[in-house]
Design a protein around this ligand. Structure first.
Ligand code: SAH
Length: 392
C-alpha cells in the first residue's frame, strides 16, 4: 500500500477526526499509488493516522475511511451503509416518507449522498474514493431500505474536480417517474431526475413544521420558496394568506401544483421574481406580513466570498424586517457552511439594530437530523435557521 506523509504542523485537524487530507498538507507520497488506490496516511515520524483513498487529481488528495488502524474493505463499507439507514429510523415520523439516508462524510462514506423520496432512492457518488463501491452501495441500499428504484445521479459537476465522468442511470428497478412524497403530512411532487439538489430540500423538514406554530390566521411571505415547503406548511396550519416567491419559473410552477395537490390553492399565491427586488418593492408599497421566511441559496461556496455573502444576508434581512410589524416573526436561513453561525446571527441582529428595532431570539435551529453532524468535520453542520420576534 502506498503511503502519504503529512507535514509537521498539519496533523491536528486529522487527529480531531477530519476525513480529508489536502494536497497542500502532504510532505511526500511514497509507493506511487494509483488514483483510487488505498493509501496509509502517516505523520512525520511514521505514526499511522489512518487509511483512505488517494486521488492526485483532487485538491482533497486523500479521503480517510478509517482513523488509526483498521481494515478498509467491502465489509466496512456495507456496514456503514446499513448503519446509516438504521440511524434514520430514530427520526421516523408517520407524516413523512422521505429522508436523507446517507450524508457523505457524516456517515463515514465520503462523497456519498442518498435521498429517499417515497419508494425511490436517489444516489450520488461524488468522490473517486467511493466510486469502486458503487455496486455494493446500491445492493446494500436495496436490501436495507427496500426501495422500488435506485437512480444513480452522478451528474453533479463537482465530480469533474475528482476526474470523474458525469452520467445518470437507473441502477435498480424501473425507471423512476414523477413521485409524490409525504412531508409533515403534506404531499409534494418530486421529479427525481430533474429538480434542484436531489429533488427536494429534505434538510428543512423540521423547520417547515416549526413554522406551523406561528402561522394560524396570519399573512405569511415565503421568499426563496422553491417547491413551497414553508408556504404550504403555513397554509396547512391555517395561515390566512401565503405568498411564495422564487426566481425559478419551474419552482413556482411546482409550488402551485403542490398547493393544489393539498387543497391549499385558495390561500396561496406564488410569483416568479427576484426576491431581492420584490422585497424592496413590497416595502415601498407599505405591505405588511405577520411572518416572513427567508431561505436563500448559499451566497458563498468559498471562504473568499464571505464579505459579499454578509452584504447579501444583511440586505434581505433588512428588507424582510421592514415588512414585519411589532409581533411579527422572521424565520431567516443560511445554508452556507462558510457563513459561520455566529457571523450569520450577528449579521441578522445588526440589521435589526440598523432599523432601531428590538428583537427576541425565538430559536436557533439546525438542519434536520437525517443530515447528521460529524464531530471533527465542521463542514457537516451547515444550515442555520434563526427565528426572531420583532418586539417593536
Ligand atoms: N425554501 C425552500 C428551499 C429554497 S432553496 C424549501 O424549504 O424547500 C433556494 C431557492 O432560491 C431556490 O429555489 C432558487 O431557485 C431560489 N433563488 C435563487 N436566487 C433567487 C433570487 N434572487 N430570488 C428568488 N429566488 C431565488
Amino acid at each position: 500500500m502506498g503511503v502519504v506523509r503529512i507535514q509537521e504542523g498539519r496533523l491536528r485537524r486529522i487527529a480531531e477526526g477530519h476525513p480529508w487530507v489536502y494536497r497542500t498538507e502532504i510532505a511526500a507520497v511514497e509507493g506511487a499509488p494509483a488514483d483510487g488506490a488505498l493509501v496509509e496516511v502517516r505523520g512525520p515520524r511514521g505514526n499511522l493516522l489512518g487509511t483512505g483513498v488517494y486521488n492526485s487529481a483532487s485538491m482533497i488528495s486523500v479521503r480517510l475511511l478509517v482513523h488509526g488502524g483498521g481494515a478498509v474493505d467491502d465489509a466496512l463499507v456495507e456496514a456503514r451503509v446499513r448503519r446509516a439507514v438504521a440511524y434514520r429510523a430514530y427520526f421516523d415520523d408517520p407524516g413523512c416518507d422521505s429522508r436523507r439516508l446517507i450524508f457523505g462524510e457524516a456517515d463515514l462514506l465520503p462523497g456519498v449522498i442518498a435521498d429517499r423520496f417515497a419508494d425511490v432512492v436517489v444516489l450520488q457518488v461524488l468522490s473517486l474514493g467511493m466510486e469502486r463501491w458503487t455496486d455494493l452501495i446500491v445492493r446494500t441500499l436495496v436490501d436495507a431500505a427496500e426501495p422500488r428504484t435506485v437512480l444513480l445521479r452522478n451528474d453533479e459537476p463537482i465530480r469533474l474536480k475528482e476526474g470523474l465522468p458525469l452520467y445518470r442511470r437507473t441502477a435498480y428497478g424501473p425507471e423512476p417517474g414523477e413521485t409524490t412524497i409525504l412531508e409533515n403530512g403534506l404531499r409534494f411532487g418530486v421529479d427525481p431526475t430533474g429538480g434542484q439538489k436531489t429533488g427536494f430540500y429534505l434538510d428543512q423538514r423540521e423547520n417547515h413544521a416549526f413554522l406551523r406554530r406561528f402561522a394560524a390566521g396570519r399573512r405569511v411571505l415565503d421568499c426563496f420558496c422553491y417547491a413551497g415547503g414553508f408556504a404550504l406548511n403555513a397554509a396547512a396550519a391555517g395561515a390566512r394568506e401565503v405568498l411564495g416567491i422564487d426566481v425559478s419559473e419551474d419552482a413556482v410552477a411546482r409550488a402551485r401544483a403542490n398547493a393544489a395537490l393539498n387543497g391549499l390553492a385558495d390561500r396561496t399565491a406564488f410569483e416568479a421574481a427576484n426576491a431581492f427586488d420584490r422585497l424592496r418593492e413590497l416595502g415601498r408599497a407599505k405591505e405588511r406580513y405577520d411572518v416572513v421566511v427567508l431561505d436563500p441559496p448559499a451566497f458563498t461556496k468559498s471562504h473568499s466570498g464571505k464579505d459579499a455573502a454578509v452584504r447579501g444576508y444583511k440586505e434581505i434581512n433588512l428588507s424582510g424586517m421592514r415588512l414585519l410589524p411589532a409581533g411579527g416573526i422572521l424565520a431567516t436561513h443560511s445554508c452556507s457552511y462558510h457563513m459561520a453561525e455566529d457571523l450569520f446571527v450577528e449579521t441578522v441582529l445588526s440589521a435589526a439594530r440598523d432599523l432601531g428595532r428590538s428583537v427576541r431570539i425565538v430559536a436557533l435551529r439546525p438542519q434536520a437530523p437525517d443530515h447528521p453532524v460529524l464531530a471533527g468535520y465542521p463542514e457537516s453542520k451547515y444550515l442555520k435557521s434563526l427565528w426572531l420576534e420583532m418586539l417593536d
